[in-house]
Design a protein around this ligand. Structure first.
Ligand SMILES: [Zn+2]
Length: 294
């Protein structure tokens, strides 16, 4: 499943390609055809991500009485009277949303957004969700999400308070989207390794400064993920070049400490990395660098 950095990157790409412009919207596969017809010819205002959720805002391409174009880029709450619609997308396990030079749709495309000049198209395949929401419905969805380390407006204080009261393992808490929106299996494993925290530590036993450090590390690591389009978590002294080792071979790409490295030596201490299922997902950690002090 894509982690939050993929969705934030996608939101930026969509805004850059289509923001403030009239767009052609269709559902080549047909399953989103009625909604796409409503959106076709409207203005894509912007796209934004909250955790693993993508929201794309549209407003009618209405003209004013004198023929001048309406201010499509008017910010939220600026008093614009244009009704707005939001497409809410969650990619789930297999969904993909890619921008590419305009071409005939390939495979089952639920949603296509293209520019009027037919130079670029964004095609959505196999999402868990693709649905049309009103602005209040979008706000209700966002209210269900936890703090997102990639959002400039993130406020983790409620998340910190919940973790500090929880008996659940920090490894599980980090995967809870109502607490840490956008964090997935790779970032949870890697940040716990980087901070030397056992994933089995109950939330309430994680010292407040350590919890703050976990948050700060997620902010830093996930921003690198948005920049590079892949997850790199190793410090400069542990890169393949610095360690004179072969680069990692994995379809996730990226240089990591423990994720999907079960049985291989820890890059810091040489102890074999361990793996166990926690809440249905594979967890990876180094038992020496992340001692279990329960
Ligand atoms: Zn180690």
């Amino acid at each position: 499943m894509p982690e939050g950095h993929v969705i934030h990157r996608l939101a930026s790409q969509l805004t850059e390609a289509f923001g403030g412009r009239e767009v052609e919207v269709s559902s080549p596969q047909g399953r989103f055809a009625a909604e796409a017809a409503q959106l076709d010819g409207t203005v894509l205002r912007s796209a934004e991500a909250w955790g693993k959720h993508l929201f794309i805002d549209f407003s009618p391409a209405a003209s004013t009485a004198d023929g001048a174009p309406a201010d499509a880029a008017a910010p939220v709450g600026s008093g614009t009277r244009l009704p707005r619609s939001v497409v809410h997308i969650h990619l789930g396990l297999i969904g993909k949303f890619n921008l590419s030079p305009f071409a005939e749709p390939v495979g089952q495309v639920r949603l296509r957004i293209g520019d009027a000049d037919e130079t670029v198209a964004a095609d959505l395949h196999g999402p868990q969700w693709c649905r049309l929401l009103s602005v209040p419905e979008k706000e209700a969805e966002i209210a269900k999400q936890g703090a997102d380390p990639l959002r400039a407006d993130a406020d983790p204080s409620a998340t910190f308070a919940k973790v500090a009261r929880s008996r659940r393992a920090i490894g599980a808490l980090l995967m809870d989207q109502k607490l840490f929106a956008g964090v997935g299996n790779i970032y949870r494993a890697e940040t716990l390794f980087r901070l030397g925290v056992s994933p089995f530590t109950p939330g309430r036993d994680v010292p407040a400064p350590v919890l703050k450090a976990i948050w700060a590390d997620l902010v830093e690591l996930m921003a690198v993920g948005v920049d590079r389009g892949r997850i790199d978590t190793v410090r400069p002294e542990h890169t393949p070049e610095a360690m004179h080792r072969a680069p990692r071979k994995d379809d996730h790409g990226g240089e990591v400490y423990v994720y999907r490295r079960a049985g291989q030596p820890c890059l810091v201490c040489g102890t074999p990395v361990e793996q166990r299922v926690m809440d249905g997902r594979n967890l990876f950690w180094c038992p020496s660098c992340q001692p279990d002090r329960r």
